[in-house]
Write a protein of this length. Structure first.
Length: 156
């Protein structure tokens, strides 16, 4: 039955282990999402066209399947329906952080990602696709620019 749902089925252990590995995989996905959002917005802020930056990311060593899969959502955030909302990302990261605490593993990346997601959710992006982190960063950049009078360029 599982073979119809995936191109590869891996036995990871006894009952319940699948939920653990799903949280671990989603932790990686959420870290990729945050890194991709930040890199894209930094490139845009420095004058690189969004699609051009995405072309480079997708063709580079960073071009994980996730980068290709989420391209439309990152390039046209308002034109693509949510595949995985930021509210759900927050729930996933809470579960991952609880698991990490239970097994005694520091999870600095997941903690940072959770804080970033909380900021986006607090700003009204909870029902948006996870790629909306990039839009949240764009909005924050513009907000910082208005406060500093330099367009958010931080001395550039």
């Amino acid at each position: 039955m599982l073979a119809h749902l995936s191109h590869r089925v891996v036995h990871v252990g006894p009952a319940g282990t699948g939920a653990t590995i799903k949280l671990a995989v989603n932790g990686i996905v959420h870290a990729l999402n945050q890194a991709l959002s930040e890199a894209l917005v930094v490139a845009e802020a420095a004058g690189v066209d969004r699609s051009t930056a995405y072309d480079v990311f997708a063709a580079s060593v960073a071009g994980a399947p996730f980068v290709g899969y989420k391209r439309a959502a990152f390039e046209d955030p308002d034109g693509v329906p949510p595949a995985f909302t930021l509210d759900l990302v927050g729930k996933d990261l809470d579960l991952l952080l609880a698991l990490a605490a239970r097994v005694g593993v520091p999870a600095a990346q997941a903690t940072a990602n959770r804080a970033a997601v909380a900021g986006a959710v607090d700003a009204g992006f909870g029902d948006r696709d996870m790629s909306a982190i990039a839009e949240h960063l764009r909005n924050r950049r513009l907000s910082v620019g208005r406060r500093t009078g330099n367009g958010g360029r931080n001395g550039m």
